[in-house]
Design a protein around this ligand. Structure first.
Ligand code: UD1
Length: 422
């Protein structure tokens, strides 16, 4: 991937989408699979990793830990045999919250780890208290000094962990740590997201014994070691959802392969109700939109299988040009309306009701402007708003979008849209 920090997207909106697209592998599934590679000294092959910034940063962190990574065609061969227990690169961990995933695998492998507070999109406070309290429950000793947190797992023991919130990251960290911890660990109220299930499937294919991923209780029976494997992460439901919403906003007809329809059931239900025509066959979604959409009414984010917070921003973009009033309630993160002020620059009519609720009154069309992406999914929503708007819009800070969308401008160009990077 070649990109510059100052890149922007120049978009001439007004085209409809036509064509066929195969969806990239999931960012949120691929990231914990990479950190979990540290759990074995054998080689692991990960197939079709997405070519996105977050994966590049994750691979850089791993190289600094002594992991050898070879890329052959679409495969990454990961060899963690000579990995060593160092502190995770500070600068890189500040850029991405997923550096936190190394905690579970490093602690399991080396029995100690050191961390600075991780970064990521500024969509909320994003504390790590549940990660800390879960490790404490497993008898990991934790100390704080200056900006660092020290973990000592010499005397770790299995236990029953009850999560107060079904946190994706905390569940994934416990899975990685407990699969090699002798005895039985249970997680009550774990995250049920498909990416958690994919991590459990990956670990099980390496010899782990994890039962119940995707349900309200996960049981992990610790095994002695894990072995190498070749594995392909699931398709990216958020990228598939973004393309579906793009069709809903711009019109046209698109065939989406590897679109994981069952994981996007909520979005498909909503778009169908609005008047999009959707056909599903296996993992292929055919979606078309000809006529004006019906009013949306209300969108409320929730933990899986509820409506995903990661698609809230693109639904916000859709609601700006859909007739009637839309209430959007964000229940997962407290700062996920960063794009509101940018969409307003394009003429959107949005009112803040409270810190986690907005009301959008649809306008007949937005107008072009220069707007600035401030987070990954919000950035994608600005691109969609621009694609649906006649005239030239500039979306600055393309690097936020590059964190999760694999060559976004090429994908959209392939679908008959007019977008280029500058
Ligand atoms: C993951 C996804 C992100 C998605 C989110 C929710 C990855 C790399 N990122 O993020 O795209 O939007 O799930 O589906 O997979 N919380 C605490 N204490 C903690 C941990 C979390 O209070 O220790 C809170 C968070 O602030 C948030 C909620 O729990 O309000 C859910 O967060 P979590 O599920 O952990 O999200 P992430 O794993 O960070």
């Amino acid at each position: 991937m070649k990109y510059k920090k100052q890149d922007k997207f120049i978009i001439n909106g007004g085209n409809k989408l036509f064509g066929e697209i195969s969806i990239q592998s999931s960012k949120n599934a691929s990231l914990p699979l990479l950190s979990a590679c540290l759990l074995t000294t054998e080689k692991v092959t990960l197939q079709n990793l997405p070519d996105i910034l977050d994966i590049h940063n994750m691979l850089s962190i791993m190289r600094k830990l002594g992991v050898k990574i070879k890329k052959e065609g679409n495969n990454h061969q990961i060899d963690s045999l000579n990995a060593s227990c160092k502190q995770i690169d500070c600068k890189l961990s500040k850029t991405m919250r997923s550096s936190l995933f190394f905690l579970g695998s490093m602690l399991s492998r080396f029995k100690s780890a050191m961390l600075t507070m991780p970064g990521g999109c500024k969509i909320g406070e994003r504390p790590i208290d549940m990660h800390i309290s879960s490790f404490k429950k497993l008898n990991v000793k934790i100390d704080y000094f200056n900006d660092y947190i020290y973990f000592d797992a010499q005397h770790a023991k299995p236990n029953k962990i009850k999560l107060k919130i079904p946190s994706v990251g905390a569940t994934e960290n416990i899975l990685q740590f407990a699969c090699l911890l002798k005895g039985k660990t249970t997680i009550i109220n774990p995250a049920k997201e498909p990416e958690v299930v994919d991590l459990a499937n990956f670990l099980n294919s390496m010899g782990a014994k994890i039962l119940g991923a995707g349900t309200n209780k996960i049981t992990i029976y610790g095994v002695n070691s894990l072995h190498g494997v070749a594995y392909t992460p699931i398709g990216d439901r958020i990228v598939a959802g973004t393309i579906m919403v793009a069709v809903a906003m711009c019109g046209g007809k698109v065939i989406i392969k590897n679109g994981v329809p069952e994981q996007n059931a909520k979005l498909i239900e909503i778009l169908s109700k609005l008047g999009c025509k959707i056909k599903i066959k296996y993992d292929i979604i055919e979606l078309s939109k000809d006529d004006a959409l019906l009013p949306i009414g209300k969108i409320e984010t929730a933990y899986y299988p509820g409506f995903p917070t990661d698609l809230q921003s693109v639904m916000l973009a859709l609601s700006t040009i859909t007739a009637g009033k839309t209430r959007i309630i964000e229940n997962i993160f407290e700062n996920r309306f960063l794009t509101v002020k940018e969409l307003k620059k394009m003429g959107a009519n949005i009112n803040c009701v409270s810190s986690n609720e907005i009301e959008v009154v649809g306008v007949t069309h937005l107008h072009p402007a220069t707007v600035v992406a401030e987070d990954l999914r919000g950035g994608a929503s600005l691109v969609l708003a621009a694609l649906a708007t006649k005239g030239q819009t500039v979306v600055k800070n393309a690097h936020f979008i590059d964190r999760g969308y694999d060559h976004f401008e090429d994908v959209l160009t392939q679908l008959n849209l007019n977008i280029r990077r500058q």
